[in-house]
Design a protein around this ligand. Structure first.
Ligand code: AMP
Ligand code: ZN
Length: 109
């Protein structure tokens, strides 16, 4: 989608701090980190929000990559939090589906 911020990051039209990339997902550092480690993982296919995505394969790949990035790449051995904000009421600001990985410190509830 040409007017989507995260699609522009995938395409390299806007610079971002890449953490991981493959055919299905792109992962990059959040520009306003809320923890010592704050990475966003997004599908390369534009999906606006979780509500719009009824595709178990896409969601399975997304969650699998979240696990791989957090555990195997970032080595968040003490643990981490995964958040998906869904639409305005859930605090979603960028309407391209994304999972937040937060870690690097003990997170308050
Ligand atoms: P959400 O509120 O779940 O939609 O989260 C959107 C996230 O995208 C926020 O944590 C922002 O800090 C982050 N963000 C916005 N613009 C950029 C950008 N250009 N590069 C990296 N992260 C961004
Ligand atoms: Zn997009």
């Amino acid at each position: 989608m040409s007017d989507c911020l995260f699609c522009k990051l995938i395409n390299g039209d806007i610079p971002s701090d890449t953490v991981y990339e493959d055919d299905a997902v792109y992962a990059f550092k959040d520009i306003h980190p809320k923890a010592p480690v704050h990475v966003l993982v997004i599908p390369k296919l534009h999906v606006a929000t979780l509500t719009d995505c009824d595709d178990p394969a896409l969601l399975g790949v997304l969650m699998n990559r979240v696990r791989t990035i957090a555990d195997d790449l970032l080595h968040l051995t003490a643990g981490y939090r995964v958040i998906i904000n869904v639409r305005e009421g859930g605090g979603q600001e960028v309407f391209h589906l994304h999972a937040h990985i937060l870690g690097g410190k003990r997170l308050p509830f």
